[in-house]
Write a protein that binds this ligand. Structure first.
Ligand SMILES: [Zn+2]
Length: 310
């Protein structure tokens, strides 16, 4: 066979080897094996176990944007670029405010590859962190934690920050964020079981997988409206809707994620969404979903100013 005639066979052989590899790392989600469950009746009981009035409203600030290829978010979705909005949430009670996720400062956003940053929105988050009586994060990634870690008053804020033992267990997962060591000096992280109520109507639900410290945050408002913050168990609603994970390249190489655990969690969230249509599930970075909940009056855009700045 001449050299010229050999080429098609060589190219074909290379494709035969590469195609399954490409499919495995870029396109394939995998399916859940085993089960992971949320006892919603127990979550609701715990939500009402803390005395005091529940939150009257849930506000949010969109602080920054990433852009990822669609398949990085939902395996098999192609390579068009999709928005990933970074949020901070403020639960407004008659007598207190609780922050869920702190977004990130501009320096960390640039290091992490953000394509847009709203300095005014982040200034409102910074003020709200000072004003809050409690601060929790869905997990220990920089785009959820840096607003707290890089705050000028981080040491003082740690007195009201409820970070879990798991969230502080592997600091390299915060990369490119480095939590200031002095701020953690003497800090006692929360050690709990699967469910833990932190405020009237607010319950943390352990969901390790995306990171060891991942947790869902359930919020029941005073009017009965229920919201479940998913953190980054799901980046977009399609993860839950289709029970599909991020591309394997992302979870294996960049996130070092427990993919099997996340798939089990997505399956349970999918089941819950169908069984509990009034439960509002909020993925970590899905602007369309947040907009839908804003239109429905479940979420309110823009933080309530702190009492000091009124
Ligand atoms: Zn995130």
């Amino acid at each position: 066979m001449s050299k010229r005639r050999r080429w098609p066979f060589i190219v074909g052989a290379v494709l035969v080897v590469l195609a399954p590899t490409f499919f495995w790392f870029f396109m394939e989600s995998g399916t859940p094996e085993g089960t992971w469950t949320i006892d919603l009746a127990e979550v609701r009981r715990l939500a009402s176990s803390v005395p005091g009035e529940k939150a009257s409203a849930i506000h949010f600030e969109p602080v920054a944007h990433f852009e990822f290829p669609a398949t990085a978010i939902v395996a098999g979705d192609g390579f068009s670029m999709k928005d990933m909005t970074v949020y901070s949430y403020q639960l407004v009670f008659p007598d207190r405010r609780v922050i869920v996720d702190t977004s990130m400062d501009e320096t960390t956003a640039k290091k992490g590859g953000a394509v847009a940053f709203d300095a005014e929105a982040f200034a409102r988050v910074t003020a709200a962190l000072s004003d809050a009586s409690q601060i929790v994060v869905t997990h220990e990634h920089f785009d959820h934690l840096a607003g707290l870690a890089m705050h000028r008053d981080v040491k003082a804020l740690m007195a009201k920050a409820t970070l879990t033992k798991e969230q502080l267990s592997e600091p390299t997962r915060m990369d490119p964020l480095v939590f200031p060591a002095a701020a953690l000096d003497g800090y006692r992280p929360l050690e709990t079981g699967a469910l833990h109520a932190i405020a009237p109507g607010v319950v943390l639900i352990k969901s390790p997988g995306h990171t060891p410290g991942s947790q869902l945050v359930y919020v029941q408002r005073a009017d009965g409206t229920e919201v479940l913050f998913l953190g980054d168990v799901a980046w977009h609603w399609r993860n839950v809707e289709l029970v599909r994970e991020r591309a394997r390249l992302v979870t294996a190489v960049f996130l070092h994620e427990d993919r099997a655990a996340v798939l089990r969690e997505l399956a349970e969230l999918h089941r819950l969404a169908e069984a509990e249509p009034k439960l509002n599930l909020v993925p970590g970075h899905d602007a369309a979903r947040v907009e839908r909940f804003t239109t429905a009056g479940v979420l309110v855009k823009g933080f309530v100013p702190s009492a000091a700045s009124k």
